[in-house]
Design a protein around this ligand. Structure first.
Ligand SMILES: *Cc1c(COP(=O)(O)O)cnc(C)c1O
Length: 404
């Protein structure tokens, strides 16, 4: 069976994890702090906070910004449930917006969804392709949009506009205008979940990039404290002689990263730019060159003038098929021992959101994309022969179903 996206667990990882275990320090400590510094360096930002998941890190940011009941947060309709759930956890309303054919938020629809209640926008880099950050920022900074903004919390007053929190769960190492992403918007949050390009088993990181008058080092300290119950000393600081006493300054979250997880991340990061990304890119290019022979294959868009994907998901679309056909094709592919996936079933098709009243018919682009999408396997050790095999299996399945 060709798997979809197994993690790379080799001796280097095992040795580094053993090292963390043998050090006697297993929760947040020196390895986590080192991991944060290296990510900051990679992403061209001054401060990065490592956390235990994208979800907890991003929710922490909504809390920090004071998002609460009565507020609205804009997300694309075509995403993983986490993007919407963090908004719901804060008691705010999710405003779902349709996407474009490259799977990114349709920025031409954005303005009409912005109201005086809008506090944040969470664009998603689906598959690893960054959204058009400049376009997004120019909308949020428009005078007419800023005048609508109705700040409630201290941080909202200080920012003076809608906050942009980038869901970069797929796009660690993606490029925007030639640079690794992380320094385009207010906050960029990565996921290091087991299926992501760079994994720590579970984990995430927040790139902090607020404009003046915010002091990003100060914000790092605040968020770090909030990631540990609002406790003003972490476990390591408390081990210093006579340093047992601490204060709690807020009812914070509990989402700090551990040194065991950071040790996996340190190995993954070291080989990311020169090993992981080029290998993934090669697989994408081989898929595209083989599939472009077929007129039913809509090749995913993963590079243009300003943007380059992190090559996370190969999002193949198949022209002229029904949802039923798509599902039969996937069944055929699995029967030939190849694992594929679908990204994503749009949120309004999932029971919980449907129950809240979201209607898929309001999102025609997302609906048509989901009906014809199949994500192909991409991972570090997928060989050129296996890529050929996947393509053969997909071609046979599509042609068989299309003939029926
Ligand atoms: C994986 C994923 C998340 C959640 O990441 P976790 O680290 O598992 O919390 C959020 N958004 C998108 C688009 C994802 O794919």
């Amino acid at each position: 069976m060709i798997p979809f996206s197994p993690p790379r667990i080799d001796d280097k990882i095992i040795n580094e994890v053993s090292d963390a275990l043998r050090s006697g320090w297993i929760t947040t400590g020196p390895k986590t702090k080192m991991f944060e510094k290296k990510i900051a360096n990679y992403c061209n930002v001054s401060n990065v906070l490592a956390v235990n998941s994208w979800t907890s890190g991003a929710e922490l940011l909504l809390y920090w910004f004071g998002v609460k009941e009565g507020d609205e947060v804009i997300t694309p309709v075509y995403t993983y449930c986490a993007t919407a759930n963090i908004v719901i956890h804060r008691g705010a309303r999710v405003i779902m917006v349709d996407v474009r054919s490259d799977f990114g938020l349709d920025l031409s629809l954005l303005e009409k969804h912005i109201t005086p209640k809008t506090k944040a926008i969470i664009p998603v880099d689906v598959g690893g392709l960054p959204v058009h950050f400049d376009k997004l920022k120019s909308i949020v900074n428009k005078t007419s949009i800023k005048e609508k903004f109705n700040p409630q919390s201290e941080n909202q007053k200080k920012l003076g506009r809608i906050m942009i929190l980038s869901d970069a769960a797929h796009s660690f190492g993606a490029k925007y205008k030639g640079q690794n992403i992380g320094s385009e918007v207010d906050f960029t949050v990565f996921s290091f979940h087991a299926v992501k390009n760079l994994t720590t088993a579970e984990g995430g990181a927040i790139c902090i990039n607020l404009p003046e008058p915010f002091d990003n080092t100060e914000i790092y300290k605040q968020l770090n404290t909030l990631s540990l119950h609002g406790q003003n000393k972490d476990a390591l600081a408390k081990t210093q002689k006579g340093s047992w006493e601490y204060d709690v300054i807020d009812a914070g979250f509990k989402c700090n990263m551990t040194d065991i997880l950071a040790s996996i991340g340190l190995v993954e990061l070291e080989r990311y730019e020169f090993e992981t990304l080029p290998a993934r890119k090669c697989i994408f290019e081989q898929y595209s060159s083989l599939l472009k022979e077929y007129d039913w294959a809509i090749i995913p868009h993963y590079k243009d003038e300003n943007r380059e994907s992190s090559y996370h998901l190969y999002l193949l679309k198949i022209k002229g098929i029904s949802l039923e056909d798509r599902n039969h094709i996937i069944q055929e592919i699995f029967e030939q021992e190849v694992s594929v996936n679908v990204h994503y079933k749009p949120l309004p098709l999932l029971s919980y959101y449907k129950g809240l009243g979201y209607d898929i018919n309001n999102y025609p682009e997302a609906k048509s994309m989901w009906e014809c999408e199949i994500s192909l396997p991409v991972y570090f050790s997928l060989t050129p022969d296996q890529v050929k095999e996947v393509v053969n299996v997909v071609v046979n399945a599509v042609e068989k179903i299309k003939k029926q």
